[in-house]
Design a protein around this ligand. Structure first.
Ligand SMILES: [Zn+2]
Length: 283
C-alpha cells in the first residue's frame, strides 16, 4: 500500500473512532443506521442502478440513499457507512458538493480507484469493524482461514469481502486475502507478516491468478462462483508472490455469488522462513 493511501486509511480510521466515541457506540455490531439517525441524516432504500448509494444535501439537510435489492445486509450496511464517510471525513462535503452540486453517487466496496471513494471505503470498514473491537474479536477466534472470516462477519454483520480485508490487515500470522475475477486479480490485502518481508513483490491489480493454485482451477468453472461454492487446498506462498519463501499456505476459496468474484484466503500459523535460510537438504 502506498504512503498516501496508508495515510488516508489512518485518517479514516481515526475519524470513525472519533464518531463512535462521541456517540458512545463501542460494542459490536455497530449500527450505521443509528449513527445516521443521531446525526439527523435520513436514510432510505431506493432503486438505483448506476451506483451503490448516494449522499444528498439540501441546504444543511443530508440524506443517504442505498440501492434496494443488494440482497446482502452486510453490503447495505457498508454502503450506508461509506456515505457516512463522505459526511464525516474532513474535506469530503466541500469536495463533493462544490459548485452547487447536491448529490454524490458512490461506487463503494473497493471497486473504485478514486482516492475519495477509497477513503470512504476505509471509513466504512473502520466504522463497522473498529480496530480495537475487531482485534479483540479476532484474538478470541478458534476457527482458521475462511472460518475466521465467516465468524467475524457474523459478529460485525458485515460482508464476507469487507471482513476478509480487515482480517488481512490485523492478523498476526501470515495472511493474504485476494479477490479475483476470472483469471485476473482485482486486489490483494496482506498482513504485516507478509508485507514487511523484504524482496517480496506485492500482487498487483490486473495480475494473472497464478496457474498452479486452487483459485485458478476454481475460477475455470462459473458455477463455483454463482453457487457460492467453498473449496480448500494448499499452495506455496512463492506461487503467488515473486520473491516469497516456499512456505506452504492453506488456500481457502469461496465464490462470491452475485458479486461475481472469488475470495481467496491464504494463511498459515507458521512464521515465514528466515531470509536466506536453507530450507532444503544441503547435500
Ligand atoms: Zn462515495
Amino acid at each position: 500500500m502506498k504512503g498516501a493511501e496508508k495515510l488516508a486509511m489512518r485518517e479514516a480510521a481515526n475519524c470513525a473512532d472519533e464518531v463512535l466515541t462521541a456517540l458512545g457506540m463501542e460494542t459490536l455490531p455497530v449500527d450505521p443506521f443509528a449513527v445516521a439517525t443521531r446525526k439527523d441524516i435520513i436514510v432510505q432504500a431506493a432503486d438505483l442502478d448506476s451506483c451503490s448509494g448516494c449522499l444528498t444535501v439540501v441546504g444543511s439537510a443530508y440524506g443517504i440513499l442505498y440501492a434496494r435489492g443488494l440482497g446482502n445486509e452486510g453490503f447495505e450496511r457498508f454502503t450506508v457507512s461509506h456515505e457516512l464517510g463522505h459526511f464525516f471525513l474532513p474535506g469530503h462535503p466541500t469536495a463533493l458538493f462544490a459548485n452547487g452540486r447536491t448529490i454524490h453517487q458512490s461506487h463503494s466496496g473497493f471497486v473504485s480507484a478514486d482516492p475519495i471513494e477509497r477513503q470512504a471505503d476505509y471509513f466504512a470498514g473502520a466504522l463497522l469493524m473498529p480496530e480495537r473491537l475487531f482485534r479483540g474479536a479476532l484474538r478470541a477466534q478458534q476457527a482458521v482461514g475462511f472460518g475466521t472470516v465467516q465468524a467475524l462477519a457474523a459478529m460485525c454483520r458485515t460482508s464476507i469481502t469487507a471482513t476478509a480485508i480487515r482480517f488481512a490487515l490485523y492478523a498476526d500470522d501470515p495472511v493474504a486475502v485476494i479477490v479475483s475475477k476470472g483469471q485476473t486479480v482485482e486486489y490483494c490485502f496482506m498482513s504485516d507478516a507478509i508485507t514487511t518481508r523484504r524482496g517480496l513483490s506485492w500482487l498487483r491489480k490486473g495480475s494473472p491468478v497464478p496457474r498452479r493454485t486452487v483459485t485458478a482451477d476454481f475460477n475455470r468453472t462459473a458455477s463455483n462462483i454463482t453457487g457460492a461454492v467453498e473449496k480448500e487446498g494448499t499452495s506455496m506462498l512463492s506461487d503467488w508472490f515473486d520473491g516469497a519463501p516456499d512456505t506452504e499456505m492453506n488456500e481457502d476459496v469461496v465464490g462470491l455469488g452475485r458479486y461475481d468474484r472469488t475470495l481467496t484466503v491464504l494463511f498459515t500459523d507458521e512464521a515465514l522462513d528466515e531470509e536466506g535460510e536453507e530450507t532444503g537438504d544441503d547435500e
